[in-house]
Design a protein. Sequence first.
Length: 302
Amino acid sequence: MSSYSLTHLKQLEAEAIFVMREVASQFEKPVLLFSGGKDSITMVRLAQKAFWPAKIPFPLMHIDTGHNFPETIEFRDRLVEELGVELIVGSVQDSINRGSAVEEKGPNPSRNKLQTVTLLESLEQHQFDAAFGGARRDEEKARAKERFFSHRDEFGQWDPKNQRPELWNLFNGKKNMGEHFRVFPLSNWTEMDVWQYIALEGVEIPQIYFSHQRDVVNRNGVLLGHSEFITVMDGETVEKNKTVRFRTIGDMTNTGAVESGATTLEEIVQEVAAARQTERGNRADDKRSEAAMEDRKKEGYF
């Protein structure tokens, strides 16, 4: 890796650590939203560095749809145990049972939108006033509108036209009772930056990021891992032992794989460098409408 790349990554690392320390100084009860994906894993490594030699001074919170990849849950639990940090799990199924969220109808319901309800309930229940998220501006055009400190009103909603300026690394965390902030330390990172940083730091990640064989269902060009949560529709077939990996990790019902033979971090970096589609191009939930992500963010999504 070139000295330029090292300098570039160290600058991004320093910026993210600065943002995390700002949150620790301005807010009373922050939390780190953890999905088990590469971005939230990178945030955990940055938090370790930001507060070393002390432990990470805030809990991790996973919003669990109930439709997770088993590899992700196994990795999550092992990482939390190794770090000795608190893990809070907000269950979408619990929200459905309470009646605050309603399961979609049809043969292949998605719980992705329901995560918003569970997230807001969990933030309110635990009275968190700031929540770290792993969103990056290069992922999707709605996320490109975000600041580092993203103000949310008393209903957890985001107004893209009413964000606070962030000049000279000055972050305004002032809020009223019931309001909170989402904070995005990786805002200026790209997918390539994340992978290069993971390689540089030797960060462990779930094995589904590497090439493996998996049964998949091709749904409108998205390769969904076949599971008990996927109903095979008319005209669809299960393709056995497809050699794939995942560029992003989410709900099994809408997170698509890519055909790939990349078995090492170096090969993943090379593959990402040659890719002409963003990682969220394999997320079925983003294909529901042109403004799907922005609509969900306005409602209180990550």
